[in-house]
Design a protein around this ligand. Structure first.
Ligand SMILES: N[C@@H](CCC(=O)N[C@@H](CS)C(=O)NCC(=O)O)C(=O)O
Length: 83
């Protein structure tokens, strides 16, 4: 199992079920991450700047220069790289 050198970042918020799925996968794989808190009804300019779209979750993995929305894709990515 490979471990990330640099900290992963997750744009997310607490009440988002798609974000929860990704947080649970990160926890299951024991991966440290920085939670970038997004307000549910707030401005998504930062999310859009980072990922080119406004939905969360968005994962940023500086180890592979990857920025990725879509929870299912993120879960697959985490399994593939760190599972
Ligand atoms: N298909 C997406 C759905 C993500 C989604 O709908 N996220 C909501 C929050 S729970 C959101 O950010 N909606 C606002 C938007 O898409 O701009 C996934 O699985 O990640």
């Amino acid at each position: 199992m490979s471990e990330p050198d640099e900290m992963l970042e997750l744009y997310q918020f607490e009440g988002c079920p798609y974000c929860k799925k990704v947080r649970e996968k990160l926890t299951e794989l024991q991966i440290d991450f920085v939670a970038r808190q997004v307000r549910p009804n707030g401005d998504r300019a930062r999310v859009e700047e980072v990922s080119g779209q406004t939905g969360v979750p968005v994962l940023v993995d500086p180890n592979t220069d990857t920025t990725m929305p879509e929870s299912d894709d993120i879960v697959d990515y985490l399994e593939e790289h760190y599972g």
